[in-house]
Write a protein that binds this ligand. Structure first.
Ligand code: 6PG
Length: 236
């Protein structure tokens, strides 16, 4: 697990974008299948990407998938796709055929099955599992990642690619990437910023499989953390 710590959320997000662009430039003939998480943390990254790196990014070589989605309409402020659409997808020149959204407006069980089929069709498959080049994860203050919440650990060992899940406090229905494709991904990147994440970041290093995020961080291949100092606590 490689740890990168930066001064602020801004420099953390900027460094992550630069890292992804470097990966693209190191593989000029490759199209990258990247699954993005939602929530607040990556919004700064998407906004920065649109405003500072639009011309530096070969958008035609990135195919956009989602790690998870809230079961709301795409226009909702809650929608992970809708949020990225507002700040990035509608701002830069990304080919429409490169965008594979989870349809949050559909029945979650059916949509989890549909989207699993889409990902199986669009990605290379190894040992029955679709292989993403990068899965970009966040971590909730309760240690959830994707929309795999504490108490829903069965999603970590599911043989399905996506499954329906539920936010334990709000009851909001979700479609979530399971542990199956996360563990098989060529690279898993955690983007975690803010003092309120210091505890869950600490758990990534010190404790056992206390949360879905720690379970994944300890088992996924090639895990890299992009943290700001506030989330990294005293760990430099
Ligand atoms: C979601 C995300 C989720 C997110 C964490 C952290 O749909 O909410 O995919 O897994 O990464 O909840 O969210 P914040 O960045 O808002 O803290």
């Amino acid at each position: 697990m490689k740890i990168n710590v930066y001064d602020s959320p801004l420099t953390t997000c900027r460094s992550l974008i630069e890292y992804i662009i470097e990966r693209l430039s190191n593989h000029p003939d490759k199209v990258f299948n990247i699954a993005f998480s939602g929530g607040d943390t990556p919004l700064l990254m998407f906004d920065l990407w649109a405003n500072e790196f639009a011309d530096a990014t070969p958008w035609e070589r990135i195919r956009f998938f989602w790690v998870d989605e809230r079961c709301v309409r795409p226009e909702s402020i809650e929608s992970n796709y809708g949020q990225m659409k507002r700040v990035l997808l509608d701002v830069v020149n990304i080919p429409g055929e490169n965008i594979f959204r989870i349809r949050g407006e559909e029945n979650p069980v059916y949509e989890a099955a549909r989207y699993s089929d889409v990902v199986m069709r669009e990605l290379p498959v190894i040992d029955g599992c679709p292989v993403f080049d990068i899965v970009l994860l966040g971590v909730g203050t309760d240690g959830h990642t994707s929309s795999i919440f504490p108490g829903q650990e069965h999603l970590l060992s599911s043989s399905h690619v996506y499954e329906a899940s539920v936010h334990p406090s709000s009851g909001q229905k979700r479609v979530a990437m399971t542990g199956f494709p996360i563990f098989k991904a060529r690279q898993v990147i955690f983007l975690v910023t803010g003092k309120n994440k210091a505890q869950v970041v600490d758990e990534l290093f010190l404790r056992g499989d206390v949360t879905p995020a720690t379970y994944i961080a300890r088992r996924a291949q090639k895990v890299e953390l992009f943290l700001d100092k506030a989330a990294a606590g005293e760990r430099e």
